[in-house]
Ligand binder design. Structure first.
Ligand SMILES: *Cc1c(COP(=O)(O)O)cnc(C)c1O
Length: 349
């Protein structure tokens, strides 16, 4: 065995396939603002910009610095989704042709100054109550109601189509729209919205997590493989205890394998016994508490499992959602929290 390491293998062909799955649900005229904030949800901002340039119509990020980075390698639209706050930053938007979101009345004075030079997405608060202009303040934004600008909102419960807040938000968005010139473009949906409410797609959808395969809709695949190697195998008798706290006591003779990664690599420390992993194409599972640098898995029923074999913690063959659902976690958080020490490899950029 060569020196083991934990690895993140990111396959951009799978990300592009996921984008096709998202598109197949929408009208062909609907444009895709691919969200690549937080280092493309852990998939690398720069690699994403190269690999996705032909698959999407624009890039959405949070910060100006991220937007400027994208501008170095792409001429596609770039949207700084949390807006900017100083005239220096507005100048940078202008110089680099970057779009930005106006979500608060406090941004209005500067936005008005730059209204002929910049393209804005005007974000209304339709009920999520995080960012956005309140409906009764919207009339003050009249100078920005131009056809080149976009009216947007963000849904709080897009992943739960039964929640009544969705209908409230659609109604409020319509109300906001009716206060404008009604010729601006519109954008409402994130990933879950694109699948659950395709009739609200309008001109732009803003998928993030779906591109990476981190939500559960048919056809989507987890595009990142998180894997590491087995560095030890233990054959235990009945009634032996495993790992910190001795959380597990064996019920019979048990073979466990120790995998070279732990919570310091980004694997959730709280993972319960039974959390799925894959070894040599066989399903296996976590047994015992996850430690900083090691994970123990049950390989009693896996034939010919040996030191040096790879263990997949999630991959295209083992959705990251298997892990997050069992453990009450979010795929978003796991993907964006992978630690620096995990070796990265990118395929099909
Ligand atoms: C992060 C974000 C998105 C993408 O959300 P996903 O659930 O990852 O698709 C879309 N719009 C806004 C405003 C966001 O902040």
């Amino acid at each position: 065995m060569i020196e083991p390491n934990s690895e993140l293998v990111i396959d951009y062909e799978l990300v592009r396939n996921n984008i096709q799955v998202i598109k197949s649900n929408l009208s062909p005229s609907c444009k895709i603002m691919g969200i690549i904030k937080s280092n493309a949800y852990g998939h690398d901002l720069e690699k994403a910009t190269h690999a996705l340039d032909d698959s999407i119509d624009g890039y959405g990020v949070v910060r100006l610095q991220e937007a400027l980075k994208i501008r170095e390698s792409s001429s596609k639209p770039v949207l700084a989704m949390q807006g900017v706050y100083s005239s220096d930053a507005y100048d940078a938007l202008k110089k680099n042709n970057i779009w930005s979101v106006i979500h608060s009345i406090s941004q209005l004075p500067l936005a008005k100054q730059y209204k002929d030079d910049l393209l804005f997405w005007i974000k209304v608060n339709t009920g999520m109550n995080r960012l956005g202009i309140r409906l009764n303040e919207l009339d003050q934004f009249e100078p920005l109601f131009k056809d080149s600008n976009v009216l947007m909102t963000h849904l709080a419960c897009a992943d739960n189509p039964e929640d009544a807040l969705n209908i409230t938000q659609f109604k409020n968005f319509d109300y906001a729209w009716n206060q404008t010139t009604k010729s601006m473009q519109r954008s409402v949906l994130n990933s879950a919205g694109a699948f659950n409410f395709p009739d609200q797609a309008y001109d732009w959808v803003r998928p993030g997590i779906a591109m990476y395969g981190g939500i559960d809709f048919p056809g989507l695949k987890t595009a990142m493989t998180f894997r590491s190697q087995i560095i030890s195998i233990q054959s235990l008798d009945k009634d032996e205890r495993i790992g910190y706290g001795g959380r597990v006591k064996t019920k019979q003779r048990t073979k466990i394998a120790i995998v070279y990664c732990g919570y310091a690599d980004g694997f959730p420390q709280t993972a319960i016994d039974g959390t799925s992993v894959i070894v040599n194409s066989h399903q296996s599972q976590i047994i015992g508490r996850v430690s900083m640098d090691l994970i123990s898995i049950d390989v009693t029923d896996i034939p010919e499992c040996k030191i040096g074999d790879w263990c997949e913690l999630w991959s295209p063959n083992l959705s990251i959602l298997e892990n997050t659902k069992k453990n009450g976690l979010l795929s978003y958080e796991l993907m964006t929290k992978m630690s620096q020490r995990v070796k990265r490899e990118y395929l099909n950029i």
